[in-house]
Design a protein around this ligand. Structure first.
Ligand SMILES: [Zn+2]
Ligand SMILES: [Zn+2]
Length: 310
Protein backbone atom coordinates (compact mmCIF):
# COMPACT_ATOMS: atom_id res chain seq x y z
CA UNK A 1 0.00 0.00 0.00
CA UNK A 2 1.52 3.31 -1.13
CA UNK A 3 2.12 6.06 1.38
CA UNK A 4 0.57 9.46 0.63
CA UNK A 5 3.00 12.12 -0.58
CA UNK A 6 2.83 15.82 0.15
CA UNK A 7 2.19 16.61 -3.52
CA UNK A 8 -0.62 14.06 -3.99
CA UNK A 9 -4.05 15.44 -4.75
CA UNK A 10 -7.28 14.54 -3.00
CA UNK A 11 -10.76 13.59 -4.10
CA UNK A 12 -13.36 14.84 -1.65
CA UNK A 13 -16.99 13.72 -1.80
CA UNK A 14 -19.19 15.92 0.39
CA UNK A 15 -22.51 14.36 1.40
CA UNK A 16 -24.98 16.99 2.55
CA UNK A 17 -27.97 15.89 4.56
CA UNK A 18 -30.65 18.25 3.27
CA UNK A 19 -33.62 16.79 5.15
CA UNK A 20 -35.66 19.93 5.97
CA UNK A 21 -37.24 18.23 9.02
CA UNK A 22 -33.88 17.45 10.65
CA UNK A 23 -32.55 20.95 10.08
CA UNK A 24 -35.74 22.48 11.42
CA UNK A 25 -35.05 20.69 14.72
CA UNK A 26 -31.40 21.77 14.86
CA UNK A 27 -30.19 25.02 16.35
CA UNK A 28 -28.21 25.83 13.21
CA UNK A 29 -30.35 26.69 10.17
CA UNK A 30 -29.54 24.88 6.92
CA UNK A 31 -28.73 28.07 5.01
CA UNK A 32 -26.17 29.15 7.64
CA UNK A 33 -24.61 25.69 7.62
CA UNK A 34 -24.43 25.78 3.82
CA UNK A 35 -22.69 29.14 3.77
CA UNK A 36 -20.00 27.75 6.07
CA UNK A 37 -19.75 24.51 4.11
CA UNK A 38 -19.21 26.44 0.88
CA UNK A 39 -16.34 28.38 2.47
CA UNK A 40 -14.83 25.06 3.58
CA UNK A 41 -15.19 23.62 0.07
CA UNK A 42 -13.48 26.67 -1.43
CA UNK A 43 -10.63 26.32 1.06
CA UNK A 44 -10.27 22.67 0.02
CA UNK A 45 -10.15 23.58 -3.69
CA UNK A 46 -7.60 26.32 -2.99
CA UNK A 47 -5.24 23.91 -1.20
CA UNK A 48 -4.21 22.11 -4.36
CA UNK A 49 -5.26 22.96 -7.91
CA UNK A 50 -5.42 19.21 -8.65
CA UNK A 51 -7.95 18.59 -5.87
CA UNK A 52 -11.21 17.12 -7.09
CA UNK A 53 -14.62 17.72 -5.61
CA UNK A 54 -17.98 15.99 -5.72
CA UNK A 55 -21.01 17.23 -3.77
CA UNK A 56 -23.97 14.93 -3.13
CA UNK A 57 -27.26 15.88 -1.53
CA UNK A 58 -29.26 13.32 0.47
CA UNK A 59 -32.89 13.84 1.39
CA UNK A 60 -35.50 11.30 2.59
CA UNK A 61 -36.67 10.99 -1.00
CA UNK A 62 -33.54 10.89 -3.15
CA UNK A 63 -29.80 11.41 -3.51
CA UNK A 64 -28.62 13.84 -6.12
CA UNK A 65 -25.27 14.90 -7.54
CA UNK A 66 -25.08 18.66 -6.95
CA UNK A 67 -21.53 19.16 -8.24
CA UNK A 68 -20.37 18.39 -10.86
CA UNK A 69 -23.68 18.49 -12.68
CA UNK A 70 -25.05 15.02 -13.59
CA UNK A 71 -23.93 13.93 -17.03
CA UNK A 72 -21.07 16.40 -16.93
CA UNK A 73 -18.56 13.56 -16.51
CA UNK A 74 -15.50 13.89 -14.34
CA UNK A 75 -14.85 17.37 -12.96
CA UNK A 76 -12.70 19.43 -15.24
CA UNK A 77 -9.61 21.23 -14.08
CA UNK A 78 -10.11 24.92 -14.16
CA UNK A 79 -6.91 26.93 -14.33
CA UNK A 80 -8.78 29.89 -12.96
CA UNK A 81 -9.59 28.41 -9.62
CA UNK A 82 -11.65 31.41 -8.54
CA UNK A 83 -14.01 30.79 -11.42
CA UNK A 84 -14.45 27.28 -10.03
CA UNK A 85 -15.39 28.73 -6.63
CA UNK A 86 -18.22 30.61 -8.28
CA UNK A 87 -19.47 27.57 -10.19
CA UNK A 88 -19.36 25.35 -7.08
CA UNK A 89 -21.14 27.91 -4.91
CA UNK A 90 -23.90 28.48 -7.43
CA UNK A 91 -24.49 24.79 -8.19
CA UNK A 92 -24.44 23.63 -4.58
CA UNK A 93 -26.70 26.39 -3.29
CA UNK A 94 -29.24 26.13 -6.10
CA UNK A 95 -29.12 22.31 -6.01
CA UNK A 96 -29.80 22.19 -2.27
CA UNK A 97 -32.62 24.72 -2.62
CA UNK A 98 -34.25 22.53 -5.28
CA UNK A 99 -33.87 19.37 -3.17
CA UNK A 100 -35.33 21.08 -0.09
CA UNK A 101 -38.30 22.19 -2.15
CA UNK A 102 -38.85 18.66 -3.48
CA UNK A 103 -38.48 17.09 -0.02
CA UNK A 104 -40.91 19.47 1.68
CA UNK A 105 -43.52 17.43 3.55
CA UNK A 106 -41.16 14.48 4.18
CA UNK A 107 -40.32 15.82 7.63
CA UNK A 108 -40.63 12.51 9.44
CA UNK A 109 -38.29 10.55 7.17
CA UNK A 110 -34.59 9.91 7.40
CA UNK A 111 -32.18 11.01 4.73
CA UNK A 112 -30.94 8.18 2.52
CA UNK A 113 -27.42 8.07 3.97
CA UNK A 114 -26.54 4.54 2.91
CA UNK A 115 -27.57 5.27 -0.65
CA UNK A 116 -25.51 8.48 -0.66
CA UNK A 117 -22.47 6.61 0.68
CA UNK A 118 -22.83 3.91 -1.99
CA UNK A 119 -23.09 6.53 -4.72
CA UNK A 120 -20.03 8.30 -3.33
CA UNK A 121 -18.00 5.07 -3.29
CA UNK A 122 -19.02 4.18 -6.87
CA UNK A 123 -18.03 7.65 -8.02
CA UNK A 124 -14.69 7.43 -6.20
CA UNK A 125 -14.06 4.06 -7.84
CA UNK A 126 -14.80 5.47 -11.28
CA UNK A 127 -12.60 8.54 -10.86
CA UNK A 128 -9.73 6.58 -9.29
CA UNK A 129 -9.75 4.20 -12.25
CA UNK A 130 -9.79 6.99 -14.82
CA UNK A 131 -6.89 9.13 -13.60
CA UNK A 132 -3.21 8.44 -14.12
CA UNK A 133 -1.91 10.10 -10.99
CA UNK A 134 -2.68 8.93 -7.49
CA UNK A 135 -5.62 10.67 -5.85
CA UNK A 136 -6.49 10.07 -2.19
CA UNK A 137 -10.21 9.79 -1.72
CA UNK A 138 -12.22 10.82 1.29
CA UNK A 139 -15.85 11.47 2.15
CA UNK A 140 -17.23 14.19 4.40
CA UNK A 141 -20.75 13.71 5.72
CA UNK A 142 -22.60 16.74 7.11
CA UNK A 143 -25.52 15.25 8.96
CA UNK A 144 -28.29 16.77 11.04
CA UNK A 145 -30.61 13.76 11.23
CA UNK A 146 -30.86 10.73 13.47
CA UNK A 147 -30.00 7.12 12.60
CA UNK A 148 -32.45 4.98 10.73
CA UNK A 149 -32.19 1.41 12.05
CA UNK A 150 -33.51 0.16 8.70
CA UNK A 151 -30.34 1.42 7.04
CA UNK A 152 -27.95 -0.40 9.37
CA UNK A 153 -27.03 -3.34 7.14
CA UNK A 154 -26.56 -1.36 3.94
CA UNK A 155 -24.70 1.36 5.81
CA UNK A 156 -22.29 -1.11 7.42
CA UNK A 157 -21.67 -2.73 4.02
CA UNK A 158 -20.77 0.69 2.60
CA UNK A 159 -18.53 1.44 5.57
CA UNK A 160 -16.56 -1.79 5.16
CA UNK A 161 -16.34 -1.14 1.40
CA UNK A 162 -14.94 2.32 2.16
CA UNK A 163 -12.38 0.81 4.52
CA UNK A 164 -11.28 -1.68 1.84
CA UNK A 165 -10.92 1.15 -0.68
CA UNK A 166 -8.88 3.25 1.83
CA UNK A 167 -11.53 5.96 1.77
CA UNK A 168 -11.57 8.07 4.94
CA UNK A 169 -15.04 9.00 6.12
CA UNK A 170 -15.22 12.22 8.14
CA UNK A 171 -18.49 12.99 9.85
CA UNK A 172 -19.65 16.37 11.07
CA UNK A 173 -22.80 15.98 13.12
CA UNK A 174 -24.91 19.04 13.83
CA UNK A 175 -27.29 18.89 16.84
CA UNK A 176 -26.84 17.21 20.16
CA UNK A 177 -27.76 13.60 19.40
CA UNK A 178 -24.90 11.41 18.22
CA UNK A 179 -25.25 9.14 15.25
CA UNK A 180 -24.17 5.63 16.28
CA UNK A 181 -23.75 4.44 12.68
CA UNK A 182 -21.80 7.44 11.46
CA UNK A 183 -19.52 7.27 14.52
CA UNK A 184 -18.68 3.73 13.49
CA UNK A 185 -18.15 4.87 9.89
CA UNK A 186 -15.53 7.39 11.00
CA UNK A 187 -13.85 5.01 13.43
CA UNK A 188 -13.63 2.04 11.04
CA UNK A 189 -12.32 4.06 8.10
CA UNK A 190 -9.87 6.18 10.12
CA UNK A 191 -11.75 9.44 9.64
CA UNK A 192 -12.81 12.01 12.23
CA UNK A 193 -16.18 12.24 13.90
CA UNK A 194 -16.98 15.70 15.21
CA UNK A 195 -20.12 17.12 16.71
CA UNK A 196 -21.10 20.75 16.48
CA UNK A 197 -23.12 21.51 19.59
CA UNK A 198 -23.04 25.26 19.72
CA UNK A 199 -25.19 27.01 17.16
CA UNK A 200 -22.86 30.02 17.47
CA UNK A 201 -22.23 31.56 14.09
CA UNK A 202 -18.94 30.19 12.86
CA UNK A 203 -18.46 27.07 14.97
CA UNK A 204 -19.29 24.70 12.11
CA UNK A 205 -16.75 26.34 9.81
CA UNK A 206 -14.11 26.30 12.55
CA UNK A 207 -14.73 22.63 13.25
CA UNK A 208 -14.58 21.72 9.56
CA UNK A 209 -11.38 23.68 9.01
CA UNK A 210 -9.57 22.17 11.97
CA UNK A 211 -10.62 18.56 11.64
CA UNK A 212 -11.69 17.82 8.07
CA UNK A 213 -9.51 19.95 5.80
CA UNK A 214 -6.22 18.08 6.15
CA UNK A 215 -5.37 15.59 3.39
CA UNK A 216 -4.11 12.04 3.87
CA UNK A 217 -0.47 13.15 4.06
CA UNK A 218 -1.08 15.89 6.62
CA UNK A 219 -3.22 13.64 8.80
CA UNK A 220 -0.15 11.51 9.38
CA UNK A 221 1.44 14.49 11.13
CA UNK A 222 -1.56 15.90 12.99
CA UNK A 223 -3.13 14.66 16.16
CA UNK A 224 -6.70 13.77 15.29
CA UNK A 225 -9.45 14.46 17.82
CA UNK A 226 -9.96 11.30 19.83
CA UNK A 227 -13.27 9.50 19.81
CA UNK A 228 -13.23 7.81 23.18
CA UNK A 229 -16.93 7.36 23.72
CA UNK A 230 -18.01 5.52 20.61
CA UNK A 231 -21.15 3.50 20.74
CA UNK A 232 -20.28 0.25 18.95
CA UNK A 233 -23.66 -1.36 19.35
CA UNK A 234 -25.15 -3.07 16.34
CA UNK A 235 -28.69 -3.38 15.09
CA UNK A 236 -30.32 -6.81 15.00
CA UNK A 237 -31.15 -8.10 11.53
CA UNK A 238 -34.56 -9.35 12.66
CA UNK A 239 -36.21 -6.24 14.15
CA UNK A 240 -33.70 -3.50 13.23
CA UNK A 241 -33.33 -2.70 16.94
CA UNK A 242 -30.11 -1.49 18.53
CA UNK A 243 -28.99 -4.32 20.84
CA UNK A 244 -26.54 -4.49 23.76
CA UNK A 245 -26.11 -8.25 23.53
CA UNK A 246 -26.74 -10.04 20.29
CA UNK A 247 -26.40 -13.52 18.82
CA UNK A 248 -24.12 -13.90 15.83
CA UNK A 249 -24.41 -16.52 13.12
CA UNK A 250 -20.94 -17.97 12.64
CA UNK A 251 -21.58 -18.62 8.96
CA UNK A 252 -22.77 -15.22 7.70
CA UNK A 253 -22.13 -13.02 10.78
CA UNK A 254 -25.75 -11.82 10.91
CA UNK A 255 -26.73 -10.41 14.30
CA UNK A 256 -29.96 -11.36 16.06
CA UNK A 257 -31.51 -10.17 19.31
CA UNK A 258 -32.82 -13.67 20.16
CA UNK A 259 -31.57 -17.16 19.57
CA UNK A 260 -33.24 -18.87 16.65
CA UNK A 261 -33.04 -22.44 15.33
CA UNK A 262 -32.41 -21.24 11.77
CA UNK A 263 -30.43 -18.24 10.59
CA UNK A 264 -32.93 -16.15 8.63
CA UNK A 265 -30.17 -14.71 6.44
CA UNK A 266 -28.25 -17.80 5.29
CA UNK A 267 -30.75 -20.52 6.35
CA UNK A 268 -28.13 -22.41 8.38
CA UNK A 269 -29.80 -24.75 10.89
CA UNK A 270 -28.45 -24.78 14.47
CA UNK A 271 -28.78 -27.37 17.18
CA UNK A 272 -28.50 -25.82 20.63
CA UNK A 273 -26.69 -27.06 23.65
CA UNK A 274 -27.36 -24.23 26.09
CA UNK A 275 -24.73 -23.94 28.81
CA UNK A 276 -26.06 -24.35 32.34
CA UNK A 277 -26.61 -21.12 34.25
CA UNK A 278 -23.64 -20.33 36.49
CA UNK A 279 -21.26 -22.31 34.37
CA UNK A 280 -18.76 -19.94 32.85
CA UNK A 281 -20.75 -16.79 33.34
CA UNK A 282 -20.61 -14.01 35.86
CA UNK A 283 -23.47 -13.84 38.33
CA UNK A 284 -25.88 -10.99 37.74
CA UNK A 285 -25.57 -11.16 33.99
CA UNK A 286 -28.92 -11.27 32.19
CA UNK A 287 -30.07 -14.70 31.00
CA UNK A 288 -29.64 -13.65 27.40
CA UNK A 289 -25.90 -13.63 27.99
CA UNK A 290 -25.82 -17.38 28.55
CA UNK A 291 -23.56 -18.66 25.84
CA UNK A 292 -25.26 -20.98 23.44
CA UNK A 293 -22.99 -23.67 22.11
CA UNK A 294 -24.64 -24.68 18.92
CA UNK A 295 -23.62 -26.80 16.01
CA UNK A 296 -25.35 -26.92 12.69
CA UNK A 297 -26.23 -30.26 11.20
CA UNK A 298 -23.56 -31.28 8.72
CA UNK A 299 -21.43 -28.19 9.31
CA UNK A 300 -19.68 -28.58 12.65
CA UNK A 301 -18.16 -25.11 12.39
CA UNK A 302 -21.54 -23.37 12.31
CA UNK A 303 -22.65 -21.95 15.62
CA UNK A 304 -24.64 -19.10 16.99
CA UNK A 305 -22.59 -17.33 19.61
CA UNK A 306 -23.56 -14.50 21.90
CA UNK A 307 -21.64 -11.31 21.52
CA UNK A 308 -21.56 -8.40 23.91
CA UNK A 309 -21.74 -5.40 21.61
CA UNK A 310 -21.59 -2.57 24.11
ZN1 LIG B 1 -34.30 -8.56 16.58
ZN1 LIG C 1 -26.29 -17.01 8.88
Amino acid sequence: MAEPLESDSSLLVVILDVNPGSWARSALPLDKALQQMVIFINAYLALNTENRLVVLGASPRECRFLYPAPGGGAPTHDVQVYEQFRAVDARVLSGVAAMVEDAAGDDAGHSLMSRALSMALCHIRRISASVMTKVWPRILVLSAGSDSAREYISLMNSIFAAEKMSVLVDVCKVVAQDSVFLQQAAEITGGNYVRVDTPANESLLQTLMFTCLADHYTRGILNAPSNELIDFRATCFCHRRVVDIGFVCSVCLSIFCQMAPVCSTCQTKFTFKVARAGKGRASGEPPAAVAAAATAAGTPSAAMSSLNLS
